[in-house]
Ligand binder design. Structure first.
Ligand SMILES: [Zn+2]
Ligand SMILES: [Zn+2]
Ligand SMILES: [Zn+2]
Length: 439
């Protein structure tokens, strides 16, 4: 994919490969996808079939876990997409096979196929309420970090098909669009859809140039947004908190995710998964939202489910996992609260109400102490933390090159300093000794 940065550029490329698809010879595609606990993974493909009747082509998943799918098949000359994306709850790779069959012979073209773990700065720090339906953003949100593999079982043929790519004003990637019927959109949402607005009168969205060209050579009817669907959601629509820089949020996010992973590993599993298993498949986010009357507990603003920020109530920085005691907050209140214990953020009246809703006692809500059980557990297993956990591939994915290890050790010290006597462990000292021993 090429770089660029106006949102008004396009290029035409050719398919990467082509296969025969006939009643006798199906096309089978297997995606092998690496996974990690609380790490996004996904797969996807942009493909095309040479038929005006896409209903003749049947797509069936014949093996692997059935994740919710983006599955859009469009008639020729348009391109189609298939894919998914999810938050992992295992470190075992997923292997998923699809079979394409047809009633009449046609060509099957592939532009690009992707599989792997996914990491992206805004995605990594986004509240879970914002990342619930990531499958809808495959393949365009597949910012692959650890590559998986894609196996296509079919007869390759010597044929090519053109595909139009448009650049994104934010990420700069060139991604597929359909120009013969723009409503069959792929990586960018339309600009104008209402009948009385078409054709789109705004040249920013409806006239595209090739790189280096002086005047537009592709005139669109509906037009496309300047940002790809991923950037539109995570960079344009998601209100950014003006008080914190992107760098600060990223560092917070990395530390939070690493801490969350550490706490989850210490207790053996993801509390969100545990909640689902203990509550007949119900989701923690749904239940918390309803328990708090579909409002932000702090400012009482009405919240849609997708806008709920699940707050740990007792902070993750003090090693409290996200569980059934979570509080529903709006994004702003959640950002305000950050690592504070409830007594530092809520009024005494609010604390009483919070005790009623969450089932935590007033003493628990007022306690400045960390989760001593988990603190002890982590201290007793510190060699595992410094050795295995810090070397773990999931953790490495969160690190993204920065040294989150020191950040984590410092954060553990901070939590320990707030513990009762007898639990104020010196993680920094222990880590230094560990590193010295290793060399
Ligand atoms: Zn983008
Ligand atoms: Zn428009
Ligand atoms: Zn609020």
């Amino acid at each position: 994919m090429k770089e660029g940065n106006t949102g008004g550029l396009y290029e035409v490329e050719e398919s990467m490969s082509a296969y025969a698809l006939s009643p006798e010879s199906p096309v089978r595609i297997t995606f092998s996808v690496p996974q990690g606990i609380d790490v996004f993974s996904g797969f996807g493909i942009w493909y095309a079939v040479d038929t005006e009747e896409p209903s003749e082509v049947k797509i069936r998943q014949i093996s692997g876990v059935k994740y919710p799918l983006t599955n859009k098949i469009f008639p020729e000359p348009n391109w189609s997409k298939l894919g998914s994306m999810w938050l992992g709850d295992t470190e075992d790779p997923a292997e998923i096979t699809f079979e394409f069959t047809t009633a009449k012979p046609t060509n099957f073209y592939v532009y690009e196929a992707l599989a792997g773990t996914v990491s992206e700065p805004e995605l990594d720090v986004a509240p879970s309420a914002l990342t619930k339906n990531m499958y809808m953003f495959a393949p365009e949100a597949l910012f692959v970090v650890e590559q998986g593999s894609i196996q296509i079982d079919a007869t390759e043929i010597d044929a090519t098909k053109e595909i139009t790519l448009k650049n994104c004003n934010r990420c700069g990637r060139y991604l597929p669009i359909n120009t013969s019927n723009e409503r069959q959109h792929l990586s960018f949402s339309n600009h104008c859809t209402a009948l009385h607005k078409v054709p789109c009168q705004d040249s920013t969205f409806s006239k595209l140039k090739r790189p280096g060209e002086k005047s537009p050579s592709l005139i669109l009817r509906n037009g496309f947004q300047l940002e790809c669907r991923f950037c539109k959601k995570f960079y344009v629509n998601a209100a950014l908190n003006p008080q914190r820089t992107v760098g600060q949020m990223r560092e917070d996010g990395q530390r939070r995710r690493a801490f969350e992973l550490l706490v989850n590993k210490a207790i053996g599993r993801s509390p969100v998964v545990q909640y689902r298993e203990e509550n007949q498949g119900r989701e923690l986010s749904d239940d918390t939202w309803k328990r708090f009357d579909k409002k932000c507990f702090k400012c009482q603003k009405q919240l849609k489910l997708q806008d709920v920020n699940l707050d740990h109530t007792r902070p993750l920085a003090l090693l409290w996992p996200l569980d059934a005691t979570a509080t529903a907050l709006c994004k702003d209140c959640n950002t305000d609260k950050r690592d504070r214990v409830p007594a530092e953020f809520y009024t005494s009246k609010e604390l009483e109400k919070l005790a009623q809703i969450t089932g935590l006692s007033l003493d628990e809500l007022k306690s400045p102490h960390p989760n001593v059980k988990i603190l002890d557990l982590i201290w007793n297993r510190r060699d595992w933390v410094f050795g295995e956990f810090f070397e773990d591939s999931n953790f490495a994915k969160i690190r993204q090159g920065k040294d989150t290890r020191n950040l984590i050790v410092k954060a553990l010290d901070k939590a320990a300093q707030r513990a009762p006597e007898g639990h104020r462990y010196d993680f920094s000292g222990a880590y230094a000794a560990f590193l010295k021993n290793k060399n």
